[in-house]
Design a binder for this molecule. Sequence first.
Ligand code: IPD
Ligand code: CA
Length: 265
Amino acid sequence: MPALSPTLNVMVGAARKAARQIRRDFNEVEQLQVSRKGAADFVSQSDLAAEKILREELHKARPDYGFVLEESGVVAGKDAEHRWHVDPIDGTTNFIHGVPHFCISIGLERAGAPVAGVVYNPVTDELYVAERGKGAFLNDKRLRVSGRREMASALFATGLNLGPNGNPPLFYAQYAALTQISAGIRRFGSAALDLCYVAAGRYDGFWEIGLNSWDTCAGIVMVREAGGQVTDMNGGGDVLGNKGIVAGNQELHPALVKALKAVKA
Ligand code: IPD
Ligand code: CA
């Protein structure tokens, strides 16, 4: 990994500090008191404690930036251009079940566009970093999206969002349709890591309806800096809004958008 920019340094420092708390809690996951927030959306003490650390660390370094936080919502900053999009634990259900596939996701938005991202899995110690114009990295390795061109040999990932912008009937229809024309669909339960896996060339693409900007902001920068494409579900540029997200390599992204658009619930 080349020397980190001051911005990435701040983000990595915050992620590593929150990770210590999360690792401790993951080791005691059975003792955690977990309360139910919604059908598939749990919030744990660990989530809240980690978000507090991230918020404090990021605020200390950039006191004027605003926040969009999974647990605490939108916090306006004096600087109207910059906002952190923070998910303290993306993959909460995995976390609660003792499955080591979850991460801290920190994205930075500048004037409406995602410009930097840090995604860190504290159990596997996989650290993904990316900044606009400077590439994407997994630990020391530069990332590059896959070179696959055929839908039939492509491996995709997706997720089912049960939040207000999710659409389960459409999801099931998309899942069925894409299963027929691809090599397979994975649903591992962390959208931020799914996007990083696309950046790493492990998956050829990813889509999901109903995600929030804290799930995706960091991962979007990762995919783009690894040479891939990210759009909303219509193929447009509203990637931080609630229009769904589609990511993939340059060849397969348009085919994936087209195949998804053709599906009616
Ligand atoms: C969830 C994960 C999951 C996705 C859901 C998200 P959470 O976030 O990213 O992969 O399918 O839509 O809500 O609740 O684990 O932070
Ligand atoms: Ca999330």
